[in-house]
Structures are given as structure tokens and as C-alpha cells.
Design a protein around this ligand. Structure first.
Ligand code: SF4
Length: 505
């Protein structure tokens, strides 16, 4: 009979495991950290929380927003008049909004929030008008917890302002950190105004949608663009998706694609450029747009008009050329004192997600990446909240700061209330899974608490700790309305957790 008590086997196994990268701080009660890839956080460094780089990945940029100061400040001509959160951070000031973000994050101090904003790695999209109507500031950046966005808004076929308010409230109940009003039907101005007043979280829009209501895209002028941006800024929109990175020269590369341009804004601008044989007006007017947005502290969400619409088009030349221009526009936003995040794909095979995230980190100098999904397979319409949550988890682990939800209705129709819930929950799962894997302090505490409640067969506590308490309770009570020391999955005699309680500790 072997006298080996397992020590030899444990030693062999330890040799097979990678060296620990550090104690994962996601839980106060550590437990096992074997196989943990979370690095010690480097708040203030180029990569606050991130996966270790697979060999061959582009290194982080050595530049930050500090390298792109407003011209007058650089030349010492005139003292900068602080308008945006970025201006205040660069001047060393901690704003009330930074205080709120630090308090809500829990693991960041106000000084760290300020310094991350000054470096351009974190933004607080907070229009001064919306702040005066009760906006609760939110921080978006890789030093903070992963955020999720819910898209709502009418279409020309369906919905109304009341329905969209109802969807907004539902999205907030299920954890949306920001909401985008993508309305294209009905009274879009009234709907936007109502959503901003009803929302305690930042609201974003894609202003080009409203610019073409009542006119053809070919009739869009520079004056119309500026007037619409001004109107929406005055209403209190906190961030604008501006598709300024799609240039005329990129269009020839779209011809090689399976599905061409799938971004609404991207396709409209492509049509305008083709018709007028002119460069993208948003690119041409970028500094003027910065000056306008700066007055209200509207943040840029630099749109990816050439995001891939299918796996076959992912990481292609058109997408990468646009990303490179978005890097240039990030620098110009910072030079104009504006806060900026960058939008990303889309549909991406799982193995290409890391390089997409790390390329943005390099080209856009660590500016927060805000990605749509990405969807990792194209053949599950009706389930794209799942296909994309898989990609979104990987995206956040490899560097994305905010995840735009995808609902089961993606590619099929306008989401309804229940689709909004399903999308939010899928994305809360993605964001939370990434935060735990990244080692964001205390992010795993609730997981450990629910594990204890399960081990003790404390059903009420189990339900209370569940993200969707009502669903968890309903599912358990479907077969067993009374709470026993087991459930209907295995029954009394086969309940491993019950048997486990009888084993000597
Ligand atoms: S019956 Fe099975 S599923 Fe239910 S608590 Fe016990 S071990 Fe878990």
C-alpha cells in the first residue's frame, strides 16, 4: 500500500501550473489563487487592470493625454479656463463628480480618479445641464469597474416616448450604467428630452440620426451639423457618438467585405462622401465640434463607422485604418480639452479579441474602449445576447472599459422591455466575470457570500444574493414551495451539499 499522502502529487501538479502573477485581490477572503492571471493593479500606470499580454501583442502606448495639452497652455500664452473634467484634472483639482465616482467605485481614491482622468484613461461623461437635473456621475476607464450601456430609442416602425421611458427605467433596474437614445422615429427631440430628465445615469446619442430627420443625407450641411450638436448639448446629452474616423480613402477597402458597412452612422457618412466627393464633414470640422462640446463637457464617443458586421470582415484593413484615425482624433480631443472614449467592434472571432483591444490601447493611448459585444459567432440570431456576452467578457478582460449590450432581438427587430432585461443581465454577467478575473478589489465578495449560503443550504440568503432574486426564487419554488435542505435537482438522498454537511470538517 502506498504511503504517499499526496505531497508528491501536489508538488508535481504545482510544477505544471504557471507561476502566480500575484494574489488576486477580487476577494477579501482569498481561497485558492492557483492559475490566477490577475496582475497586481497598476493604478496610475499605462495598464491599471488588464490580462497579461499574449506574446506578440502590441505594447501599451508610452503617451497619455498629458502629451496632448491645449495649445495655449503648452505655449504659456493664457491660463486655461477649466471647463471639462479633463481640464480640472490637469489643473490638479478634484471635482465633486470625481468624489462621487471614487465613492461608488470603492477601490479608487478621489486623487486616483483625478489622475486617471488627467491621463485620458478615465472619463466622467457629465454634461453640466444633466448634472443640474440630478445626474449621478459614472467613471468609465480600465481603472474602474467594467460598465455596461443599454441602447434604447424609437424606430420609425415601433415605440413611443412613454415606451422608451419605461425601457429606460427597466434598464436601470437591471444595472445599466449608461443609456443611449438611438431614436429615429416619432418626436425624437421630445423623446430625448424626456429620457435625459428621467435618467440618473449618463445619456448618449448618435446625433447624425436626428440631423437627417426630414431631409436626405445628401442635404446635410456643416451648419445643420453644428446646430443639431448645439441643440442636443443644450438638452443635456452626456456623450456623442461622432463618426469622424471614417475617411473617403477607406471606402475602397469596404468593397472587399462580405457585408460592407453595418453602422448606421457609417453608412450615412459614406453616402454623403460619395455623393459630394468630399471628405467626412465630421473629420473636417472636428476642432469646431470639440469647441462646442467642451462648453457643456459633452464627452466624445468616437464612433466606429467601419466596425465589422460579420466574422469574415473582422480586423480587416477598413476597420484598422479607421481605428488609426480614431487614435489621431483622440489626440485632437485631448488637445482641445475634451474627454474621449473610443468605440469598437462588433463581430469578432474569439481569438482576435485580445489583439483588437490591445491595438486600441496602443493607437489611442489608453483612452477608454467602448465595445459593442463583440459577437463571436453569426449563426445564433435570437441568442445574440449570449454570443456577444462571451465576446464582451473577453473584451473587458483584455482592456475594454465599457460594454454596449446586445439583446436577443439583435439583427431581428426593435428590442422590447423583456429584451432589455435579457441584454442587461447578459452584460452584467460579462462585466462582473471580467472584473473578478482582472482582480478588481472586492468584486468577488458577493460570489463568496453566495457560495457560503449554498454550502449552508440557506435558501433565502441564496435568493437575496442573486442578481435576479425573483427569478431564482421562482425557479426553486416551482417544484418545492417549502424550503428544505435540498432541491428538486437531486432530491434528499442524492444532495451532495447536504451529505457534505455531515462530513467531518
Ligand atoms: S439537491 Fe443537488 S442541486 Fe440541489 S442543493 Fe443539493 S446538491 Fe445542489
Amino acid at each position: 500500500m502506498s504511503k504517499d499522502n499526496g505531497a508528491h502529487r501536489i508538488a508535481t501538479l504545482e510544477r505544471l501550473l504557471p507561476s502566480p502573477t500575484g494574489a488576486n485581490p477580487s476577494s477579501r477572503r482569498l481561497g485558492s489563487t492557483r492559475g490566477c492571471l490577475a496582475r497586481s493593479p497598476e493604478i496610475g500606470g499605462p495598464v491599471p487592470f488588464s490580462s497579461p499580454d499574449t506574446p506578440g501583442m502590441p505594447a501599451p502606448s508610452e503617451k497619455t493625454a498629458w502629451d496632448f495639452m491645449p495649445n495655449e497652455q503648452e505655449s504659456g500664452q493664457a491660463a486655461i479656463v477649466a471647463t471639462t473634467q479633463l481640464d480640472h484634472a490637469r489643473l490638479g483639482k478634484i471635482t465633486p463628480e470625481m468624489e462621487v465616482v471614487a465613492r461608488n467605485e470603492g477601490h479608487l481614491s478621489p486623487e486616483q480618479v483625478r489622475d486617471e482622468i488627467a491621463s485620458g484613461r478615465l472619463i466622467i461623461p457629465a454634461n453640466k445641464i444633466h448634472l443640474s437635473h440630478g445626474l449621478e456621475p459614472v467613471g468609465i476607464g480600465r481603472a474602474s469597474r467594467t460598465k455596461i450601456n443599454a441602447n434604447i430609442g424609437t424606430s420609425p416602425i415601433s415605440s413611443s416616448t412613454d415606451e422608451e421611458i419605461c425601457k429606460l427605467e427597466w434598464a436601470l433596474k437591471w444595472g445599466a450604467d449608461t443609456a443611449m437614445d438611438l431614436s429615429t422615429g416619432g418626436d425624437v427631440d421630445a423623446c430625448r428630452q424626456a429620457l435625459i430628465r428621467a435618467s440618473r445615469v449618463p445619456v448618449g446619442t448618435v446625433p447624425i440620426y436626428s440631423m437627417i430627420i426630414g431631409r436626405k443625407i445628401e442635404d446635410l450641411t456643416y451648419e445643420v451639423i453644428l446646430a443639431e450638436l448645439e441643440k442636443q448639448a443644450r438638452q443635456g446629452v452626456d456623450f456623442f457618438t461622432i463618426h469622424a474616423g471614417l475617411l473617403r480613402s477607406h471606402l475602397e477597402h469596404v468593397k472587399e467585405r462580405l457585408i460592407g458597412i453595418v453602422s448606421r452612422g457609417g453608412s450615412l457618412i459614406a453616402k454623403w462622401m460619395t455623393h459630394h466627393r468630399k471628405e467626412n464633414p465630421f473629420y473636417e470640422m472636428f476642432d469646431e465640434i470639440c469647441a462646442l462640446m467642451r462648453q457643456y463637457d459633452v464627452s466624445f464617443s468616437l464612433g466606429d463607422g467601419l466596425r465589422p458586421g460579420g466574422l469574415a470582415d473582422a480586423t480587416d484593413t477598413a476597420q484598422l485604418l479607421e481605428l488609426s484615425v480614431l487614435g489621431e482624433l483622440t489626440e485632437r480631443s485631448w488637445s482641445n480639452g475634451c474627454q474621449v472614449m473610443v468605440e469598437g467592434p462588433g463581430h469578432v472571432p474569439f481569438d482576435q479579441i485580445e489583439v483588437n483591444m490591445k491595438l486600441e490601447r496602443r493607437l489611442c493611448h489608453g483612452a477608454p474602449f467602448y465595445v459593442l459585444g463583440p459577437i463571436v459567432t453569426d449563426v445564433f440570431p435570437g441568442y445574440d445576447h449570449i454570443t456577444s456576452a462571451i465576446g464582451a467578457t473577453a473584451a473587458a478582460f483584455h482592456g475594454a472599459s465599457m460594454l454596449c449590450y446586445v439583446t436577443p432581438k439583435e439583427h431581428l427587430g426593435l428590442p422590447k422591455r423583456e429584451d432589455v432585461k435579457q441584454g442587461c443581465i447578459a452584460y452584467k454577467i460579462a462585466a462582473h466575470a471580467a472584473d473578478v478575473a482582472l482582480g478588481i478589489p472586492a468584486s468577488r465578495d458577493r460570489d463568496d457570500e453566495i457560495t457560503r449560503a449554498r454550502a449552508d443550504l440557506e435558501w433565502d440568503k441564496h435568493f437575496e444574493l442573486s442578481f435576479d432574486e425573483e427569478t431564482a426564487r421562482k425557479m426553486h419554488e416551482e417544484d418545492m414551495p417549502e424550503h428544505e435542505g435540498y432541491c428538486s435537482m437531486c432530491g434528499h438522498d442524492w444532495c451532495a451539499v447536504r451529505i457534505n454537511k455531515e462530513l467531518p470538517r
